[in-house]
Design a protein around this ligand. Structure first.
Ligand SMILES: CSC[C@H]1O[C@H](OP(=O)(O)O)[C@H](O)[C@@H]1O
Ligand code: ADE
Length: 310
């Protein structure tokens, strides 16, 4: 294949982050491949810019795609450079992220290959992943009571329901447990997460979602169930083979789902939502350190993330 341009000039407000089994988005035209270096390092993969012709208005929109675990799934969940990923996406104009994830089901009614649009998350990562842009002399605290974006979630749910009966089964809400990994849970842990009200489990929603919130990016995860983890008495414990097998056999549904979401988000009706106007500027109110006391090195990094804010 001829190599792609390494720059892209147009606006790119929407990004898709692909996870396990979703290292690229088939069916879209690739128009550029960007290698971006951020003050937090380099992203998991080059950012591919895809052109998508919106079904509703035939308008061509640019979408950014990033592969969370790298082009060859060589990056473990705890090694994902989430700060570089989020910062790089924001630097090209991204303000809304649809993040895909393969998850274990913690509830009988969430069957393998069902989709879940989580609305809550419980953090079971172990503090080994860098999880904030605000450190080294500038302190900030952002609200995270609703960790996902309800506006984007509403559009995603409508799209999922429009595909129901056509192979897609959708659960509108759910509590996602984000564990550290890379080992899967013990049976005792799996049962404990069920007793906490967990619906599904993965290793990658955090700190990705927290960093997106700090970067004023609307973030919604679409989860696809691939297994019953290890709590279920009559099914085998989760294995990578099981996860990959279910991702592969449901890949076409995942592709149709994401295409429908991109069609909907590209319509005029959702322009404000996609630009995350509801989040814009909010970070200014979350900073506790008076600007006069900011360390120059810390300010330089934040200036990269929020050009023109200070
Ligand atoms: C290969 S099974 C565990 C792996 O799958 C999920 O990946 P992702 O969320 O990126 O789709 C899970 O979070 C783990 O990283
Ligand atoms: N059972 C499980 N636990 C954690 N992450 C997963 N991703 C897919 N299945 C999983």
């Amino acid at each position: 294949m001829a190599s792609l341009p390494t720059t892209y000039d147009g606006p790119v407000p929407i990004a898709v982050i692909g996870g396990t089994g979703l290292r690229e988005l088939p069916g879209f035209t690739q128009v550029a491949s960007l290698n971006i270096t951020t003050p937090w390092g380099v992203p998991s993969s080059p950012i591919t810019i895809l052109h998508h012709e919106c079904k509703h208005n035939n308008k061509v929109v640019a979408i950014a795609f990033l592969s969370r675990h790298g082009l060859h799934h060589q990056i473990a969940p705890h090694e994902v450079p989430a700060r570089a990923n989020i910062a790089a996406l924001r630097s090209i104009g991204v303000r809304s992220i649809i993040a895909f994830s393969a998850v274990g089901s913690l509830q009988e009614e969430i069957k393998p290959r069902d989709f879940v649009i989580p609305d809550q998350v419980i953090d079971r990562t172990k503090g080994v992943r860098p999880w904030t842009f605000f450190e080294g002399g500038i302190v900030a605290h952002v609200p995270f009571g609703d960790p996902f974006d309800e506006g984007i979630a509403k559009v995603v749910r409508e799209c999922g329901h429009s595909l129901e009966g056509d192979g897609v089964v959708l659960h509108d809400r759910g509590t996602l447990i984000c564990m550290e990994g890379p080992q899967f849970s013990t049976r005792a842990e799996s049962k404990m997460y069920r007793s906490w009200g967990g619906s599904v489990i993965n290793m990658s929603a955090l700190p990705e979602g927290k960093l997106a919130r700090e970067a004023e990016i609307a973030y919604q995860m679409i989860c696809m169930s691939t297994d019953y983890d290890c709590w279920h008495e009559s099914t085998a414990d989760v294995t990578v083979e099981m996860v990959m097998g279910n991702m592969k056999s449901n890949a076409d549904n995942a592709r149709r789902f994401i295409t429908a979401v991109l069609d909907a988000l590209a319509s005029e009706e959702h322009a404000e939502l996609v630009q995350a106007k509801h989040l814009a500027g909010g970070i200014k109110f979350g900073i506790s350190t008076p600007q006069a006391n900011w360390k120059p090195e810390a300010k330089e990094k934040l200036d990269w993330l929020f050009p023109g804010y200070w």
